[in-house]
Design a protein around this ligand. Structure first.
Ligand SMILES: [Zn+2]
Length: 81
């Protein structure tokens, strides 16, 4: 596994949700997180997903994740996991 890989979080299955905030209607985008592998200082995940869609969360990429973490299969294949 390459060293210095970090997690870039992407929101997938995004849908607009209407909420009320301070008495005014507000549209929020709700989704669920998927983790990509991003090289340290890189602008793109290993699978090609652009960083502007990814949120760095300060989590190093691990060789194993809990089952409930949705990892990008393309990034895992690139790493060889
Ligand atoms: Zn990926």
């Amino acid at each position: 596994m390459p060293e210095d890989l970090m997690v870039g979080q992407e929101l997938v299955d995004v849908a607009d949700t209407e909420v009320e905030f301070q008495g005014r209607p507000l549209t929020m985008q709700i989704g669920r997180p998927r983790w990509h592998a991003v090289g340290d200082g890189e602008l793109t995940a290993l699978c090609g997903t652009a960083q502007r869609r990814l949120l760095p969360i300060g989590q190093p990429w691990m060789s194993a994740f809990p089952d409930n973490v949705d990892r990008c299969r393309a990034c895992e294949e690139w790493i060889g996991q």
